[in-house]
Design a protein around this ligand. Sequence first.
Ligand code: ZN
Length: 257
Amino acid sequence: MARHGGRGWYGRVLAAAVGVTAVAAATSVWTAQAGPAGGSQAGAQARPSAAGSAPAKVSVDIAHASEGGAHAVNITIDDGPDPEWTPKVLDVLRENGVKATFCMVGTQAKAHPDLVKAVVAAGHRLCDHTVSHDTSMDKKPESYQSQQILDAERMITEASGGVRPQYYRAPGGAFTPYSRTLAASRGMRPLGWNVDTKDFERPGTAAIVATVKSEVAGGPTILFHDAGGERSQTVAALGEILPWLRQQGYTFGFPVR
Ligand SMILES: [Zn+2]
């Protein structure tokens, strides 16, 4: 899977600090998006506002930073929901008091609306991960990209009972300028990652844990998977790495929007 390295959160903080225009733009986006609970609160979700109103636009830039600041990490969980593994991931997150961002595949969300609702009820956030997880969608027509993103947005929102996805993550990182602009226009911030645990390759729990320990200093957004195969290693790794991260002084947040 393609990485989105090179733009760690230090870089973004620095860019904001030196650019008055960037600061002003970021402030206006934040103001437009901040919810009544302050945005970083665990249960804050993008609920539909007045009937027929469009969601507020967000930045088209691929996000890596955390709303929680420089000492927060973003736990992101991709490709579900899955009836066997998503409940186990929810258990380990709850046991550790961690809120995460779930990048859901539209067909999976439609098939398991109870799990989508459970994710929302536990205070996690939703992310649009397209209808069919086509990692070469960046090579395909805009009409196809649009269908993949907007149909998944609808499927996830219907499954959740009206809670919208707040992010868009292209499968395998196959973003295009068009897809980022489209997602942002729907209030879904393009979402990258810094640490690819490669848990989908089942390298062993110890290897997944070691990857996080060695790479987390390079950026706060960490990628795991709760579907697409047997995920006992992922569940076990989360059970080890979440307490370790806390011991290291990290907190847990959501990606910036
Ligand atoms: Zn994926």
